[in-house]
Design a protein around this ligand. Structure first.
Ligand SMILES: *[C@@H]1O[C@H](CO)[C@@H](O)[C@H](O)[C@H]1NC(C)=O
Ligand SMILES: *[C@@H]1O[C@H](CO)[C@@H](O)[C@H](O)[C@H]1NC(C)=O
Length: 242
């Protein structure tokens, strides 16, 4: 081979290497970190590359094709749904259940994406994509309304059901916007929650297909105060949906 040919070959190889490096990597994926007796902790990447953490239980015997995605309030993270037994109960009843650590809570780092309304809706959208959720029922207490409400307004067609529990951010949307959302909704709240529950109920009432369950003698975190009543109401709604 002449020097010219060698140079050409080297150039060709260099070009191939550059092309290879420039190709997009594998799609963002969910990988599991550890597997407990029933609950698996997973991490999925968001667009900003900050991992979001989930706690997932698979159905013991798959009897429903509905997946329950649980968000959390300001004082909590995904672990709460494990401590309360909600994840395990849903699995026993044949549902796949996933609890999420919102950015800045539990194992999930704070994320710049979460600073805008559109960013928060997109983040939830990516989470559902990561998890390959088809028929999601979104459970949204308190502060998580910051994520759930923008998502509901933009992507309600992706939701099989919605369970708001005195969520924040309902004031940000008009009556007409609520009317347009046909998603079956269970509005849950504690009898003793005089502020957020009432404020959100006034708005959520405009959702055309909703039912309301008030948990007696329970405050803002009504699922903690009356877990049995909460689980009964949630299961009745889910069983009716599927
Ligand atoms: C409410 O709406 C305003 C204006 O659209 C927006 O800037 C703000 O982030 C929204 N708040 C929440 C909590 O979504
Ligand atoms: C309302 O939701 C329920 C499920 O909770 C469903 O069975 C029913 O068909 C829905 N009604 C309308 C009018 O969409």
């Amino acid at each position: 081979m002449s020097r010219y040919q060698v140079a050409l070959l080297c150039l060709g190889l260099l070009l191939m290497l550059l092309l290879y490096l420039g190709l997009p990597g594998p799609p963002e994926q969910t990988s599991w970190l550890w597997r407990g007796p029933s609950v698996t902790v997973l991490a999925g990447l968001t667009r900003g590359n900050s991992p979001i953490f989930y706690r997932e239980v698979l159905p013991l015997h798959q009897t429903h094709r509905v997946e329950v995605v649980l968000l959390h309030g300001k004082a909590f993270n995904s672990h709460m749904w494990e401590q309360l037994g909600t994840l395990q109960l849903l699995s026993k009843r044949g549902y796949r259940a996933v609890a999420i650590d919102l950015p800045g809570f539990g194992n999930s780092a704070p994320s710049k994406e979460a600073s805008t309304e559109a960013g928060r809706a997109e983040l939830l959208e990516l989470v559902l994509q990561n998890l390959e959720v088809q028929n999601a029922v979104l459970v949204s207490p308190s502060l998580s309304g910051r994520y759930a409400l923008p998502f509901l307004m933009r992507s309600h067609h992706q939701l099989h059901g919605f369970v708001p529990i005195a969520p924040t951010s309902t004031q940000n949307y008009t009556q007409e916007q609520f009317w347009a959302v046909k998603t079956p909704t269970l509005i849950l709240y504690g009898e003793l929650d005089h502020i957020l529950a009432r404020e959100s109920l006034r708005q959520l009432r405009h959702l055309p297909n909703h039912s309301v369950v008030k948990l007696h003698n329970a405050g803002h975190a009504c699922y903690l105060h009356k877990p049995q009543d909460f689980h009964l109401a949630l299961l009745a709604f889910l069983d009716h949906l599927s």
